[in-house]
Every structure is written in structure tokens, then in C-alpha cells.
Design a protein around this ligand. Structure first.
Ligand code: HEM
Length: 506
């Protein structure tokens, strides 16, 4: 045999062995390892698992919600959980291609995993290269030293109460514009119908664009629209399995992804250049990101242009979608629960009267805060939190091998009757009269070192918008509304949220 043929055959054999190891032997070994510890799940079979996973989400999209129990919709948003938890218990393993996943159902373990993320054993999960395009190079997706550096800069830009309070007039102005548009839509009639999710998404894009990009916000808004297209393409990938190298294959969708990515980066770069010239932008987020800051050792540190672009891309996803979801579901829930709508309106009128909302008054909106918390419990905009075991680790009595992906199905914890009582699926804001008793049971903003940086901003934004709507309109769900929450990265109403608004006379 010619030596070259021999060498080629040798490498081919090595490749086949490696493939067999990754695709067959390693997953079966992990499965055996979990089963020995009494943790069960669907048996590993690459092709079958992928097919079943995709079929589960397709079926979820077609499934309905019982109108007499509208908050019982876990089967639509986390179909893998309803399918497997019934059979195997709340902690079970499942498969993402050959990658083992373990769903953790115990609040003590969840608390420990989230609070120790980044400290050696647990880390943020890795994203596939296509999903990474969406946000993963910014604070949300980074790990290690690079993440600490980004988080320090974004934290001082975003987690700063005086700065957030200074944005309140912008929030009020954007909401006023939206309500003026609604009045035109009403056209003097007593009531009018509207798809509120789209409206609130536009408003949320307007607000985050203004706070992020100051006077250049219309260009900023265009970037967010492009990001939205990218998000729909990315949610496709998240539900299937990524094969290495696929991002380079010039499929129709990949070509769209490349085009969007190029356009987004160019647009943010243009914004950064124009922002540098304009002193009036000193309040906006982009300026904070562009300003050097002192690190804990007193040394100056600063993001470079590409890093700033990545952060701006992340803000779209982290800041716009999530807050818009929270508001959409709060409006739907209040439309379904007229008693709570009346109580909330009474409180808003008592606290704010007919004056413009100001930051210091918002703390007095106790019922509105409880309503928002109950909405975040039943409809958490981020229904899943993912981590990975950075090395072999024992948590509780479970030994988890390195590189296993850890799934925390927040929404299942939030709907669990053993945690929240038999009425877990009922809308009852009174449960938030006091803070939840355990840190691992209410996780709309995550927990620990990676907790949401925009939490304060999001809650202030939600309180202002909801209060201003409640003051002006009463509302009910339209007969055309079909209740169908579904997961497209965040929790969205599949067929929109059609609401009928009636003007409240003075
Ligand atoms: C209701 C609105 C929001 C919800 C429910 C929400 C939810 C979350 C959750 C669950 C996480 C943690 C993810 C994890 O642990 O893996 C997170 C992280 C983050 N959020 Fe939010 N978020 C909201 C609004 C915002 C806003 C308005 C911003 C800012 C524009 C923002 C910026 C971030 C950032 C930068 C992170 C990453 C933090 C890190 O990894 O260090 N979020 N958010």
C-alpha cells in the first residue's frame, strides 16, 4: 500500500473513532451515569431525539389552552418539561443532539447553581454560532474575565438609580405619544380594538432606543427592527441541533443572517460616530459605554468599538422584548380580571392623580408592583435559564459530569403547586404582599452574579406605562383573542393580544 493511502486511511479511522466517541459512546456513558443515580430521562438516540424534540415544539404550537384555566399553558411553552417531568420526575435528563442536558427541579439546587455561576463549577451555557450573532458577545453571553469587564461597564451605565430617574421624562414622553396615537385610532368612538403586543413592542423599542441612543433614536429603532428579524431566525436554530460548520453554509437563511449582521454592525458604528460629536447625548447609554471607567484596582478601562456594538445588540434583545412581554401579559391579565383592574386604577389615581408620573411616586404603587410580580410569575418573559457544568460537580446528591447543560425551567418552578399552593395557576397578586420565602422559587430576573442588569429600569418602565394606560382606558379582551402563549426566545402571544379599550371620561 502506498504510504499516503496508509496515512489517509489512518486519519479516516481516527476521525470515525472520534465521531463514534462523541455521538455514541460518550452520551451512552453519561446516560448510564445518571441512571445509576436514579435520574431518568428519554433514552439516547441521536436521530430519534432530534425528531421528537422538533415534533414536541410543533405540537405545542398547535395545542390549545383550556379557557376555564387560561394560565395552565406550560405544555405550550415548555413541552419537554410537561412530557418528561410527568414520566421521570422534576429532575430528569434530556438530549440536545449528543449533548446531555439535566433539568433541575429542586429550588435549593437552583439557588446554589445560580449563586455560584462563574465561580468555577457552573458557567453560562455556550451558544451555537448562529444564536451568538444575536447577543452572545455582550454581557449576556460572555464568561470569565471578559464578562467581568463588560458587566462592570454596563453596570455603572445601567444600574444607576439617578441615571434611571433622569430617563423617566423620556419614558413618559414616549408613552404619551403612543396614547395620542391610540386616541386618533379611537376617532371619537366610545371603544376601539387593538393588537396590544405590537403596540407595546413599538413603544418599548422607542424607549430603549431613546435611552440607548439619545437624539439618534430613530436610527437606533431601525437597528432593533433588524435585530427582531435576526431573533426569528435564531429561534429556529435554538429548537433544532447545530452541526459544526453550518454557519458557513450559504443557505437562504444563513445568507439573510449574514446580511442582517453586516447591516446592524454598520448602523451601530454610524451611531457611535455621530454620538461622539454630540454633547447633548451625555445622558444616553451609548455615551456611558463609550466613556472610560476606573476598575476596582483604580486603572482606567474602556470598551472598544466592536464590544460596544455587541452590547448595543444585546440591549435590543434583553431590554426591548422582555419588558414588552411583561406589559403585554399584564394588560391581558388585567383585561381578564376586572376586579384587579379596578383596584389598580384606583391606586394609580390616588397616587399619581392627573399629574405626570415622577420617579419618587412610583414606589407608592404597591398594588401595581404586586400585579407586575404576579405577571412575572405566571408569564416570565425568560421562561428558561441555562448553565453548564464547567467541570465534574456534585450538587445536592447528584453528580453532574463536565459539559452537561443545566436547564432551569423557571416557568415550571413558577407554576408548581407544591411550591405556590393548589391555586398556583390562578392570578392572585396578593401572594406578593410579602417577598417569596425562598430565593430559588421566583426567578424572573435570574439570581446571583448574572442577575439581570436592567431589572430596575424594566420595572420603572412597566409601572409608568401600565399606570398611564390604566388612567386613560378601561379594557377587556376582544372576542377575537385566542390565548396562546408560546416561546420565541421570550414568551409571546402566538396570535397577538387583541384588547378592546374604552375611554374613561374625566
Ligand atoms: C421584564 C424585563 C426583563 C426581564 C424579565 C429580564 C430577565 C433577565 C434574566 C432572567 C436574566 C438572567 C439570565 C441568566 O441568568 O442566564 C437577565 C440578564 C440580563 N439582562 Fe435582563 N430582563 C429584563 C429587562 C432587561 C433590560 C431592560 C435590560 C437592559 C437593557 C436588561 C439587560 C440584561 C443584561 C445585560 C443581562 C446579562 C447580565 C449578565 O449576564 O451579567 N434586561 N435578564
Amino acid at each position: 500500500m502506498h504510504p499516503f493511502v496508509f496515512i489517509a486511511l489512518f486519519f479516516l479511522l481516527l476521525f470515525i473513532l472520534k465521531l463514534l466517541h462523541v455521538m455514541l459512546w460518550a452520551p451512552l456513558k453519561v446516560q448510564e451515569h445518571f441512571k445509576k443515580q436514579g435520574i431518568n430521562g428519554p433514552d439516547y438516540s441521536l436521530i430519534k431525539n432530534i425528531g421528537e424534540g422538533m415534533a414536541m415544539f410543533e405540537e405545542a404550537e398547535r395545542s390549545t389552552v383550556d379557557p376555564s384555566n387560561p394560565n395552565k399553558f406550560l405544555h405550550r411553552v415548555a413541552p419537554f418539561y410537561t412530557n418528561f417531568a410527568d414520566k421521570y420526575g422534576k429532575t430528569f435528563f434530556l438530549w440536545g443532539g449528543p449533548l446531555p442536558n439535566i433539568n433541575i427541579g429542586d429550588p435549593d439546587m437552583i439557588k446554589e447553581i445560580l449563586q455560584t455561576t462563574g465561580k468555577g463549577f457552573f458557567e453560562k451555557n455556550d451558544w451555537d454560532p448562529l444564536t451568538k450573532m444575536l447577543f452572545a458577545q455582550g454581557t449576556i453571553g460572555l464568561t470569565g474575565e471578559k464578562w467581568s469587564f463588560h458587566r462592570r461597564i454596563v453596570n455603572q451605565a445601567f444600574n444607576n438609580l439617578p441615571k434611571i430617574k433622569a430617563w423617566v421624562p423620556d419614558l413618559v414622553e414616549s408613552t404619551t405619544h403612543m396614547l395620542e396615537k391610540w386616541e386618533q385610532l379611537r376617532g371619537g368612538e366610545e371603544e376601539f380594538e387593538m393588537e396590544v403586543n405590537k403596540e407595546i413592542n413599538n413603544l418599548s423599542a422607542d424607549i430603549i432606543s431613546k435611552t440607548a441612543f439619545g437624539s439618534s433614536y430613530s436610527e437606533g429603532k431601525r437597528i432593533f427592527m433588524l435585530q427582531e428579524e435576526q431573533m426569528y431566525l435564531a429561534s429556529d436554530t435554538m429548537r433544532s441541533v447545530y452541526f459544526p460548520g453550518f454557519k458557513y453554509v450559504p443557505t437562504k437563511k444563513n445568507r439573510m443572517r449574514w446580511k442582517l449582521e453586516k447591516e446592524i454592525r454598520e448602523s451601530v458604528w454610524r451611531l457611535i460616530k455621530s454620538n461622539r460629536k454630540s454633547a447633548e447625548n451625555s445622558r444616553n447609554l451609548l455615551t456611558s459605554l463609550m466613556t472610560p471607567h476606573k476598575n476596582p484596582d483604580g486603572k482606567e478601562e474602556m470598551l472598544d468599538v466592536d464590544e460596544i456594538i455587541d452590547e448595543c445588540k444585546g440591549f435590543y434583545f434583553a431590554g426591548k422584548e422582555t419588558t414588552a412581554n411583561l406589559l403585554t401579559w399584564a394588560i391581558v391579565l388585567l383585561a381578564q380580571h376586572q376586579d384587579w383592574q379596578h383596584k389598580a386604577r384606583e391606586e394609580v389615581l390616588r397616587v399619581l392623580g392627573d399629574k405626570e408620573p415622577v420617579a419618587d411616586k412610583l414606589n407608592e404603587l404597591k398594588l401595581v408592583t404586586m400585579i407586575l410580580n404576579e405577571t412575572l410569575r405566571l408569564y416570565p418573559p425568560s421562561p428558561l435559564i441555562l448553565r453548564k457544568a464547567a467541570k465534574d460537580v456534585t450538587i445536592g446528591n447528584i453528580h453532574i459530569p463536565a459539559n452537561t447543560r443545566i436547564v432551569i425551567t423557571t416557568i415550571a418552578i413558577h407554576h408548581d403547586t407544591e411550591i405556590w399552593g393548589q391555586d398556583a395557576e390562578q392570578f392572585n397578586p396578593l401572594r406578593f404582599t410579602e417577598s417569596p420565602k425562598h430565593l430559588g422559587i421566583f426567578l424572573p430576573f435570574g439570581l446571583g452574579p448574572r442577575i439581570c442588569l436592567g431589572q430596575n429600569f424594566a420595572l420603572i418602565e412597566a409601572k409608568i406605562i401600565l399606570s398611564m394606560i390604566l388612567r386613560q382606558y378601561s379594557f377587556v379582551v376582544s372576542p377575537t383573542y385566542v390565548h396562546a402563549p408560546m416561546l420565541i426566545f421570550t414568551m409571546q402571544p402566538q396570535h397577538g393580544a387583541q384588547i378592546v379599550f374604552s375611554k374613561i371620561s374625566n
